[in-house]
Design a protein around this ligand. Structure first.
Ligand code: BES
Ligand code: MN
Ligand code: ZN
Length: 499
């Protein structure tokens, strides 16, 4: 895959043609490491700063071309002065921002040291992670790269100079495991639906086996035997077979510790089915497997960094299409749990997939906790936009842990209510429940539906319809498919569940 940025930790020489990156605060004084190796650059930086009104603030930079006294062809000065709130520097964001300021360079050397004081190895590793997240590109289907699009020139090679290089290299191994997980999730979301259909998705999950993840894939026949009629009903209108894939990573000291279960909606394309969607924007529904992509990316990250935790990932993979044999509004189906569902809208398909996937994971693994991720409702985008995901939970402790992991990772969640008054809205005249409760509170009634398939286990449902795809470009993400959730859940595991 294109777009994996090369980052190494080593010594700097800033040779001809390279770009040298240095950091300054409001006083324009570069770090001692810069002065020791490249001489006193302060006068040069001061003069250039004056000419362009650069004051050293965070998220600002100064690009000095053909810097006098240096072999390097550019000196890129990045501001790290404390802001009004005096918040500590976010090194992942700093890495992403820096990447955006060195486009066109082939070799970039970063003098990674605070202007005054120190930045440790884990800061350098975070910076490197930011470079990788920002540098990700999905251009495998573009046949005319360089001629057409300036921005698709090769990413630079980075060398990070740090006085904590040994610690940085060690810390970066874990960070790169996470970066790979995010990159994998982004790739899955970005792939077109003619390429990434359920069976192909399942095949790609198999690649986790080389990291020591146990992967098992159920075909339609096997799911039929288990009574997964809700999931199978969604795939009935598609020419593509459905799959249910289980991934197990047993990294905890005791293999017998009950796992944390992570369940993902994997609708590889959602046309709406017989309740077909309008044409405008329907192409975006290739990303309706964003929840499943996050599960796979997370399992990759955990296995690649050998996380000390037992996790089981389950993804329900289907395609929702209209067809002579497709599910109809009015149909009543029996889910694996035994509960019956009246279909009133075939476009409310994700919850049907989750219903059986959740039941299966409880029956098979008796997990300690369950978290599901799904691009479940357009209504969550109306409520929260594209930067924060909707969180629903039956357990305050789990909800708080997720909120804290969100703050720490920058992948934020906002808790939404659940309750009997909402639950009532999905009661059906003919069956145990119907599959939508109408427009009001659409994300909440969807979550209530999902909750009807959860027993006593602590459970959280994260509606990622707004965050998994189509967010605004940011310092650390320029990709349509964001890989959102991999860093959130990786953080949750590290902070709350690892030995
Ligand atoms: N996959 C969609 C939700 C979605 C919308 C995800 C926009 C990402 C962006 C889901 O299957 C769906 O169609 N939901 C319906 C539910 C309705 C029929 C009750 C919706 O949100 O309109
Ligand atoms: Mn739908
Ligand atoms: Zn959907």
């Amino acid at each position: 895959m294109s777009g994996v940025v090369k980052v190494a930790f080593g010594s700097l020489s800033a040779p001809k043609g390279s770009a040298l990156v240095a950091f300054v605060g409001a006083d324009m004084k570069p770090a001692p490491m810069v002065t020791a190796q490249f001489g006193d650059l302060e006068p040069l930086i001061r003069a250039a700063a004056k000419a362009s009104n650069f004051r050293g603030a965070q998220r600002t930079a100064l690009d000095i071309l053909a810097p006098a006294g240096l072999d390097a062809s550019r000196l890129v000065v990045v501001g790290v002065a404390p802001g009004k709130d005096n918040a500590p520097v976010d090194f992942i964001t700093l890495g992403g921002f820096t990447f955006g300021k060195v486009t066109g360079a082939k070799r970039v050397e970063v003098a990674f040291e605070a202007p005054a004081g120190t930045w440790d190895g884990s800061a350098a590793a975070d910076f490197a992670l930011g470079l990788r997240l920002r540098g990700y590109r999905f251009d495998k289907y573009k046949t005319r790269k360089k001629e057409v699009d300036d921005d698709s020139s090769e990413a630079p090679n980075f060398v990070i100079g740090s006085s904590h290089a040994v610690a940085a290299r060690a810390a970066a191994q874990d960070r790169f495991a996470v970066a790979e997980g995010v990159e994998l999730a982004r790739n899955l979301v970005n792939e077109p639906p003619n390429v990434l259909f359920p069976v192909e998705f399942a095949d790609r999950v198999k690649s986790l086996e080389k990291l020591g993840v146990e992967v098992e894939s159920l075909d339609e026949k096997a799911m039929g035997k288990l009574g997964m009629n809700a999931l199978l009903a969604v795939g009935r209108g598609s020419a593509r077979e459905s799959r249910l894939v289980t991934m197990r990573w047993n990294g905890a000291r005791s293999k017998r510790t009950k796992p944390i279960a992570i369940v993902g909606k994997g609708v590889c394309f959602d046309s709406g089915g017989i309740s077909i969607k309008p044409s405008a924007g329907m192409e975006d529904m290739k990303g309706d497997m964003g929840g499943a992509a996050c599960v796979v990316g997370l399992l990759h990250a955990l296995a690649a960094r050998k996380a000390k935790v037992n996790v089981v990932g389950v993804v329900g993979l289907v395609e929702n299409m209209p067809d002579g044999d497709a599910l109809r509004p009015g149909d009543i189906i029996a889910s694996m749990s035994g509960q019956t569902i009246e279909i009133v809208n075939t476009d409310a398909e994700g919850r049907l997939v989750l219903a059986d996937a959740l039941w299966y994971v409880q029956e098979t693994f008796s997990p300690r906790a369950i978290i599901d991720l799904a691009t479940l409702t357009g209504a969550i985008i109306v409520a929260l936009g594209n930067d924060v995901a909707g969180l629903f939970s039956n357990n305050d402790e789990l909800a708080q842990r997720l909120a804290a992991a969100g703050e720490a990772s920058g992948e934020k969640v906002w808790r939404m209510p659940l309750g009997a008054a909402y639950d009532k809205l999905i009661d059906s005249k003919f069956a145990d429940m119907k599959n939508t409760g109408g427009r009001s509170g659409g994300s909440i009634t969807a979550a209530q539906f999902v909750q009807r398939f959860v027993k006593e286990t602590p459970w959280a449902h994260i509606d990622v319809a707004g965050t998994a795809m189509g967010s605004q470009s940011s310092d650390i993400n320029q990709s349509w498919g964001s890989g959102w959730g991999v860093r959130l859940l990786n953080r949750l595991m590290a902070d709350s569940y690892e030995d």
